[in-house]
Design a binder for this molecule. Structure first.
Ligand code: PMP
Length: 282
């Protein structure tokens, strides 16, 4: 495997950054994960747009021109022989003697990795989720590498044999999953997901799904929902670049279906796969 580090393609096993990289010491950096399907980068534009926005919110410069970065992503897919998988890229403020304020002169650090991963197909078994208090910071719209609360929540999910941990805010409303956006379909067939403000990450998959919902004539609302509303919903699902649309059938051990994928989740998952196939055929 090959990794990309600051302009160089190096063996993955030897890829490294400096011990005083601010990503390492302060989580002072941002990242993106893009799915690769049949060799194509999925929603590349959305992910690059979000990277630029995250960087600009933290006043970190793009480490290279956007077009050049897009070329690196493509080359990483190629040299790592990824057909289906994920590309990860991360930009930090760079290397500087440890001090809280920004260094006056630091070159941003960029690393890119790519790996193959078999995605479950269109027909997928619904998963279970647990809920945990949302202990993350107040700017969850910035995709930073400060992922400790998310890692703790995911570990709790793993111990509960659940797929995801839905984050619950102080008022009892679900914000999103630890690494996905959260959705429900109400008994009167309205798709609900939380509005994209500072409390959630503006998922690229989320945006695509809202568009598919529109095209398919589904009613939808962007608003908060409680755990109880979710447990009484007709369907639930999560979305992310690596899961697309993943149906949920149990929330904190309350079953909301018989364990089969619901029709709305099925339609949206199919729409996502259709769009990926189109890209692959183009
Ligand atoms: N919310 C959080 C907290 C995430 O980490 C992710 C995945 N990176 C998402 C939502 C889903 O975003 P996307 O669809 O862009 O992968």
């Amino acid at each position: 495997r090959i990794a990309y580090v600051n302009g160089r393609y190096v063996p993955h096993s030897e890829a490294s950054v400096h011990v005083e990289d601010r990503g390492f010491q302060f989580a002072d950096g941002v990242y993106e994960v893009v799915a690769v399907y049949k060799g194509q980068l999925i929603d590349e534009k959305g992910h690059l747009d979000r990277l630029e926005r995250s960087l600009s919110e933290l006043q970190i410069a793009m480490p290279m021109a956007r077009a050049a970065l897009a070329q690196v992503l493509r080359r990483m897919v190629r040299v790592n022989l990824v057909r289906d998988g994920l590309v990860y890229f991360q930009v930090t403020r760079g290397v500087a003697p440890r001090d809280f304020p920004f260094p006056y002169a630091a070159m941003p650090t960029i690393v890119v990795t790519a790996r193959s991963k078999a995605f479950p197909g269109r027909d997928v078994k619904p998963v279970t989720v647990i809920t945990t208090p949302d202990q993350r910071w107040a700017r969850r719209d910035i995709k930073t590498v400060g992922l400790l609360p998310a890692a703790l929540a995911k570990q709790k999910a793993r111990q509960a044999k659940a797929f995801e941990a839905w984050q619950v805010d102080a008022d009892g409303y679900v914000t999103e999953g630890a690494s996905s956006n959260a959705w429900i379909v109400t008994k009167d067939n309205v798709i609900v997901t939380r509005q994209a403000d500072h409390n959630i990450l503006r998922g690229i998959t989320r945006m695509a799904i809202l568009e598919f919902a529109r095209e398919n004539g589904f009613r939808f609302e962007e608003r908060p929902f409680t755990v109880e509303e979710a447990q009484n919903a007709r369907e639930a699902f999560v979305s992310s670049a690596s899961t697309f649309v993943m149906p949920v059938w149990k929330i904190d051990n309350v079953a909301i279906s018989n364990g089969e994928m619901g029709p709305v989740a099925k339609t949206l998952r199919d729409a996502y796969f259709d769009a990926m196939e189109q890209l692959a055929d183009a």
